[in-house]
Design a protein around this ligand. Structure first.
Ligand SMILES: Cc1cc2nc3c(=O)[nH]c(=O)nc-3n(C[C@H](O)[C@H](O)[C@H](O)COP(=O)(O)O)c2cc1C
Length: 171
């Protein structure tokens, strides 16, 4: 009699399913390439890193067109998107080469492309890049930015959602 073996855990499926269950805000991170052109991509791998100094972390795939600008550039801008900006998230998640022709933006300090009308933007001086596997972990110290009162765009189970408008506990 053959004893059925315990199926090996499909770690990749477990990883993808578990991470898809993590609801997160959505950011567009922008920087400037060596030739001076703007670059940017949609990320969910953004997080607060420390308050001392105020800093954020973002993970960037080395296969992205924006990689060099973010991994080696002096500064970058991380924009948290508003609820109604799923179209902006989709644009910056694409490989389009004309992303910056399709959205309003300005240059901060002549060096960092900053998108208009987002929930919040933090402009960062890059303080560290750690290459690990096929991604770089980029840490930036927040040096400027702006924010407004609005609902966030949320990514969950491979879809975009308008963020919660009402607190459940009323707090
Ligand atoms: C919701 C969402 C989150 C993403 N998060 C990341 C991320 O954290 N890091 C990353 O490198 N790519 C992420 N991507 C993929 C990039 O946005 C995508 O590869 C993009 O085309 C890169 O643009 P670029 O090649 O012009 O730099 C994400 C895509 C989506 C839709």
């Amino acid at each position: 009699m053959t004893v059925p073996s315990t199926p090996a855990t499909d770690v990749e499926a477990l990883f993808k399913g578990s991470m898809a269950a993590l609801a997160s805000g959505v950011a567009v991170v922008t920087g400037t390439a060596a030739d001076g052109s703007p670059r940017g991509l949609t990320v969910t791998s953004i997080a607060s890193y420390s308050a001392h100094p105020p800093s954020v972390i973002v993970c960037v795939d080395e296969a992205c067109n924006s990689y060099a600008a973010l991994a080696t550039g002096s500064h970058f801008a991380a924009h948290l998107l508003q609820a109604e900006q799923a179209d902006v998230a989709t644009l910056f998640a694409s490989s389009a080469t004309d992303k910056f022709d399709q959205v309003p933006w300005t240059l901060w300090d002549d060096r960092v492309p900053v998108l208009s009308e987002v929930l919040a933007v933090v402009i960062c001086r890059r303080i560290s890049t750690t290459v690990l596997g096929d991604h770089a972990i980029v840490v930036g110290e927040v040096v400027d930015g702006s924010m407004r009162e609005a609902q966030p765009l949320v990514y969950w189970r491979r879809g975009f959602y308008e963020g919660p408008g009402v607190s459940i506990d009323g707090g």
